[in-house]
Write a protein that binds this ligand. Structure first.
Ligand code: RIB
Ligand code: CA
Length: 313
């Protein structure tokens, strides 16, 4: 079977970095057409820089990296340096990138790529706020029907919020963008906190990364050593949740995940619950299903896959 063609839309972010490395380590299953950076964990200048740092770490300077939107559609940017550090990739000491940004805006790359490839042949993998995706859908509605699938990290139901009591960060930063995407009619698979909080990098799992001994694997272990502070302190969890790599792992081994096809709406009005993903997990409304919302993960299988593939870089 030929590899799935994808665009990774991202706000690196240590967990974004691991997701990108897993994708680049899996050429049999994934063909990364390009990476589009969006403002999120840290401002755009840093997410666009970090995406290139990760490509160089993987030895893949052939991957075009585009800078995208530097702020949400209608709101002030909220960032997460308290989680990811001031660079967004705190932990390992990685060199500044030599590779330049690709020419042009990320939104134009998304539109062009979807128009140039046959319909149903390109998957979008958003790992941050949905601003770039929503802007592309606004500027070129014709591309929506050409998207094979959107596999995104964002939202929460049972786990509720990580940036506010009600909202997960990616959705909270740009709720209007999320509403556009979730109401677009595109096929959407969601990796919410309900799943990603089960993908915890315990010390044993991080030791297994480190034991691989390669630069990318050691960098992942060092990223995790830094990134885990926030969740250990807040949730008392045994390690960092690898949020974004759940998206890439799903493309490689979907059987690791289980969930439901349900309705998911986005709160965009209330200040109290802004950015909440109102997921009808129990089917109590007659709102039409618009998303495959994941609820569970085979965590041991996930880490076995990730550890094996990281060794391939
Ligand atoms: O809430 C977790 C998400 O927000 C992850 O994608 C992380 O990288 C941050 O963007
Ligand atoms: Ca992210």
């Amino acid at each position: 079977m030929s590899p799935r063609k994808i665009i990774i839309d991202t706000d690196p972010g240590q967990d974004d970095a691991v997701a990108i490395l897993l994708a680049l380590a899996s050429p049999e299953e994934i063909d990364v057409l390009g990476i589009t950076a969006v403002a999120g964990n840290v401002p755009l200048a840093l997410t666009a820089k970090n995406a290139r740092i990760v490509c160089e770490l993987a030895g893949r300077t052939d991957i075009p990296v585009y800078a995208g939107c530097d702020a949400p559609l209608r709101r002030r940017l909220v960032t997460a340096e308290h989680v990811h550090g001031k660079t967004g990739l705190d932990g390992p000491s990685l060199p500044d990138p030599h590779m330049a940004l690709a020419d042009g805006h990320a939104v134009d790359f998304i539109i062009r790529t979807l128009r140039e490839h046959p319909a149903g042949k390109v998957t979008l993998c958003p790992l941050g706020p949905l601003t770039n995706i929503a802007r592309a859908f606004q500027d070129a509605p014709d591309i929506i029907g050409r998207v094979d699938e959107i596999v995104l990290m964002g939202g929460a139901y049972f786990e509720v919020g990580n940036i506010t009591p009600a909202a997960e960060f990616n959705i909270y930063v740009d709720p209007e963008a999320a509403e556009i995407v979730f109401r677009s009619g595109a096929s959407i698979t969601v990796m919410p906190l309900d799943v990603t909080h089960k993908a915890l990098v315990t010390p044993e799992r991080n030791d297994a990364f480190r034991a691989i001994g390669t630069r990318p694997a050691i960098a992942v272990a060092e990223m995790t050593d830094f990134f885990e502070r926030f969740d250990k302190e807040k949730y008392g969890s045994p390690g960092a949740p690898l949020h974004d790599p759940c998206v890439t792992a799903y493309l490689i081994e979907p059987g690791l995940f289980s969930g439901r096809h349900i309705n998911v709406e986005i709160e965009t009005g209330s200040d109290l619950t802004l950015g909440m993903t109102v997921a009808d997990w129990w089917g109590v409304t007659d709102r039409p299903a618009n998303a495959h919302f994941m609820g569970d993960l085979d965590a041991d299988g996930f880490f076995a896959l990730l550890t094996k593939r990281l060794a391939w870089l």
